[in-house]
Design a protein around this ligand. Structure first.
Ligand SMILES: Nc1ncnc2c1ncn2[C@@H]1O[C@H](COP(=O)(O)OP(=O)(O)O)[C@@H](O)[C@H]1O
Ligand SMILES: [Mg+2]
Length: 258
């Protein structure tokens, strides 16, 4: 597959960190899942997390949103320590949007009704709701799907809907959990382009994770590899695939990118 980010942003001047993990560890039932994790996502970046199933990618999202708390370490959003902040505060104060791997919409509501229902929760000003919904419907070219129940949409259309739902509240940071999983090649390409547009046109900082490398590396600026609870490598896609630790822990010898 062609690289979506042909003009990958090489440097981020005067970078502000948007998400930062400092020595974060987490255990479930005595089992160490994340072991002293450190990483930083800079403003405006598309950042990728790669690692096998069960390594802790969704757990990292849960730590960012506040669904779970670390055993030790600090989590910062926009340089402010949020480790003890509840979910609603992180979402509201720092405008963090989240697109879960599964679901995230009401099956029996139409696409439009889904947008309307969530807009009523996240947009207090009634007059602005329709404006925002119409903007998103047009942005994602969902006009002809408005009256279809969400459960009858295709996988790619559902993903677009959930991303549109997450954008109702105008997030500054968007977390996408395995958003390419179980989608066909063309739909993945469409989503990759959507993600890059969100970065470039809407200036949203994006963090996506996947257990497979190719689709993710095609659209990120930076990525990290997780293995056995640790960050084993962190770099731009072109450097990462050459990294010896990344090869040993994740890519293997035969992986080729491009
Ligand atoms: N609430 C939980 N209670 C106990 N174990 C959990 C819980 N959530 C996740 N785990 C375990 O933590 C590990 C990491 O899970 P997860 O973050 O979902 O991995 P990934 O998203 O990388 O596939 C897995 O071994 C999983 O079984
Ligand atoms: Mg997961």
């Amino acid at each position: 597959m062609a690289i979506i980010k042909k003009f990958r942003i090489k440097s981020f001047k005067n970078v502000n960190s948007v998400i930062e993990f400092e020595n974060v560890s987490l255990s479930y039932g005595g089992r160490l899942i994340l072991d002293n994790i450190n990483f930083k996502i800079n403003e405006g970046q598309i950042f990728g997390m790669l690692g096998p199933n069960g390594v802790g990618k969704s757990t990292i999202f849960n730590l960012i949103t506040g669904l779970v708390k670390p055993k030790s370490g600090k989590i910062k959003i926009q340089s402010e320590e949020v480790t003890q902040y509840p979910i609603y505060l992180r979402t509201k104060k720092f405008k963090v949007g989240y697109v879960p791997q599964y679901g995230g919409y009401f099956n029996d509501l139409t696409l439009y009704e889904n947008l309307k229902a969530i807009s009523e929760i996240v947009i207090p000003n009634k007059n602005l709701r329709d404006e925002r919904i119409n903007f998103l419907i047009s942005k994602f070219e969902l006009d002809n799907l408005k009256d279809i129940k969400a459960k009858f949409l295709s996988g790619g259309q559902k993903k677009k809907l959930v991303i549109a739902l997450s954008l109702l509240s105008d997030p500054k940071v968007l977390l996408l959990d395995e958003c390419f999983a179980a989608l066909d090649v063309l739909t993945i390409k469409m989503l990759q382009e959507t993600i890059v547009k969100l970065q470039q046109e809407n200036k949203i900082t994006i963090c996506i994770c996947d257990h497979q490398a190719r689709d993710l590396l095609a659209c990120v600026d930076m990525a990290m590899i997780l293995s056995n609870g640790k960050v084993v490598a962190q770099d731009s896609p072109s450097n990462l695939v050459k990294d010896i630790n990344a090869k040993n822990a994740y890519f293997g010898e035969s992986f080729k990118f491009n």
